[in-house]
Design a protein. Structure first.
Length: 265
């Protein structure tokens, strides 16, 4: 029999008064096992897989059903409940990409000694929202947090453009005119198409002194649990100092941040 939650003031999600550490551990074992299964699971299979006595597993599952962490279907099978989806949505909504990215950005700066930028897309521009840098990075011009730049002139901007359909890219070209700021700026749609094809092929993007003369950037994408590009992580360095052997660590750092946002789980 299920033990109903008779005490509305109880903070226990299982509907009982005192929950021991052992019971919590067993509940987590059951939830983990259910998470591994793509279909509803019979009680006896859960008991066998977890090593829990059938009566013990049944009792804990009943409490989890009361808390909506587990759902019992009509045929007596068990599967994960909607409460976990609700909690997962709350966690996802509260994840701040800036907070998640800051420590990995600092480590990337420590390894390379160069400025590390975190940027988001805002309409037809990217906006710099976080940065890890030091005075000895050698940068002549450093985009301030809150600064912005056209998508087609920045490495992170090219990442976002590379996810767009052809018609969207052409609409962007019509809106912006592909205006440039240096002799290296991409100002022709044919050149932009070639550049975006390279981004899609290699998984990272470059800015070859296209926004500011003397400054080169390399960017890798940060993705959320749905696979959507959420932000760009970029390394900025004086043109003569930029090194291609930083690309693997840049991409690894972006992957670490993406994983913290739920990508690849």
């Amino acid at each position: 029999m299920s033990r109903p939650a008779t005490n509305p003031s109880s903070s226990s999600p299982f509907g009982s008064g005192v929950i021991t550490i052992q019971v919590l551990e067993r509940a987590m074992i059951l939830l983990d096992e259910l998470a591994r299964q793509s279909e509803p699971v019979p009680l006896k299979d859960l008991s066998k897989a977890t090593g829990l006595h059938t009566s013990t597993a049944h009792r804990i599952l009943n409490d989890l059903v009361v808390g909506r962490y587990v759902e019992r279907v009509d045929s007596g099978l068990y599967r994960l409940g909607m409460r976990l989806l609700e909690l997962g949505s709350l966690v996802k909504g509260r994840l701040d990409v800036r907070a998640v990215a800051l420590e990995p950005m600092r480590e990337l700066h420590r390894i390379t000694g160069q400025t590390v930028n975190l940027s988001l897309q805002q309409a037809d521009e990217i906006v710099y929202v976080e940065r890890a840098w030091s005075e000895n990075s050698g940068m002549q011009v450093v985009r301030a947090i809150g600064g912005h730049a056209p998508l087609h002139l920045t490495s992170t901007g090219k990442l976002f453009l590379s996810t767009w359909e052809s018609r969207q890219v052409r609409a962007y070209v019509m809106r912006t005119g592909l205006s440039g700021t240096t002799r290296n700026s991409i100002t022709q749609i044919e050149d932009l198409d070639r550049e975006l094809a390279l981004v899609r092929r290699h998984g990272y993007a470059r800015d070859n002194e296209e926004l500011e003369l003397g400054v080169r950037c390399i960017a890798a994408g940060i993705y959320d649990d749905t696979g959507k590009l959420r932000a760009g992580l970029s390394l900025s360095a004086p043109a003569e100092r930029m090194r291609d052997d930083w690309i693997p660590v840049l991409m690894s750092t972006a992957k670490t941040i993406s994983h913290a946002l739920g990508h690849g789980h």
